[in-house]
Ligand binder design. Structure first.
Ligand SMILES: C[S@@+](CC[C@H](N)C(=O)[O-])C[C@H]1O[C@@H](n2cnc3c(N)ncnc32)[C@H](O)[C@@H]1O
Length: 274
């Protein structure tokens, strides 16, 4: 027998002590499957169609075992654009939008050549490509399954100035050819306690040996690939700033600047190749 919408709200309320955002997320989910707003607000006795009821059951099953809402919806919002996401890629984080904002604030050439390394869903590279159609952008990843997701997003948004590449960081780039390298690389140590909360996301997107190896590797390769005056910009973990600044200095970058996120935590660093 089909249950009414109000019964499913009861089910959500019963789980609210262990899942504090379940009501908010359930409402969002219902609107994503086309339930009218008045039924959601009134939590009325609407009887769901078979297909929608199956979708609601699926929501509860996944949500209660801890699958993030964006993976359940297969959708994530980034910089005002909608991106397809699933467990093959990291869910785009709001802090990462700061990377895009910062890049837009730089005085780059109209047709600047940009590389994003570790593109995941493609959210950074695709947003930049859409906002700056004259930029020439290459986005790479070493995970072929992440690249499949980036390709879906490329087809969805259709920028014509972006190329996806399978690569270990930016080994394919020609020396002194690039204006800017951007990356939100994996930066957690394997022992980081936050990893247990992130168990649904791909470990390759999160973990780097010692937490900083990715910054070493990318910085050394970027120093070769960037033109003189070129910029490297990173997102990093909130307690990693000194280490990442050290890596940039060691790789030969100068005029290093740091930026805090919305919570006042150190989050972004950039520097220049002389
Ligand atoms: C933290 S995620 C960032 C995803 C996306 N750019 C974002 O900000 O949401 C890091 C990405 O780096 C990729 N990655 C890890 N090691 C790599 C390597 N050696 N070369 C290229 N990409 C790599 C992972 O597969 C993952 O997609």
């Amino acid at each position: 027998m089909s249950l009414s919408l109000s019964s499913y709200f009861e089910q959500a309320r019963k789980n609210a002590s262990n899942h504090v955002n379940i009501l908010r997320d359930f409402r969002y989910f219902l609107s994503s499957i086309g339930i009218v707003k008045s039924s959601i607000v009134l939590e009325d006795d609407l009887v769901l169609s078979k297909v929608k009821e199956e979708a609601v059951k699926d929501f509860f099953f996944k949500y209660l075992i801890g699958i993030p809402l964006d993976y359940i919806l297969n959708e994530s919002s980034f910089f005002g654009y909608s991106f397809y996401v699933d467990k093959r890629v990291l869910i785009p984080r709001p802090e990462t939008e700061l990377l895009v904002e910062e890049i837009l604030s730089f005085s780059l050439e109209e047709n600047a050549k940009i590389i994003e390394v570790g593109t995941g869903s493609g959210c950074i590279a695709i947003s930049l490509a859409l906002l700056k159609p004259n930029f020439k952008i290459i986005a790479s990843d070493i995970s072929s399954s992440a690249l499949e997701v980036a390709l879906l997003n490329l087809k969805k948004h259709k920028p014509n100035n972006l190329l996806l590449v399978y690569s270990d960081w930016l080994t394919y780039a020609k020396p002194s050819s690039i204006d800017l390298v951007v990356s939100n690389p994996p930066y957690l140590k394997l022992t980081d306690p936050h990893l247990s909360e992130l168990s649904n996301e791909p470990v390759q997107a999160l973990v780097s040996p010692g937490g900083t190896k990715s910054f070493f590797d990318i910085s050394n390769q970027a120093m070769i690939a960037l033109k003189p005056g070129g910029i490297i910009i990173y997102e990093h973990g909130c307690f990693q700033q000194n280490e990442v600044v050290g890596v940039l200095k060691e790789s030969g970058f100068s005029n290093i600047q740091t930026i805090k996120d919305f919570q006042g935590l150190d989050r972004i660093v950039y520097g220049y190749k002389c």
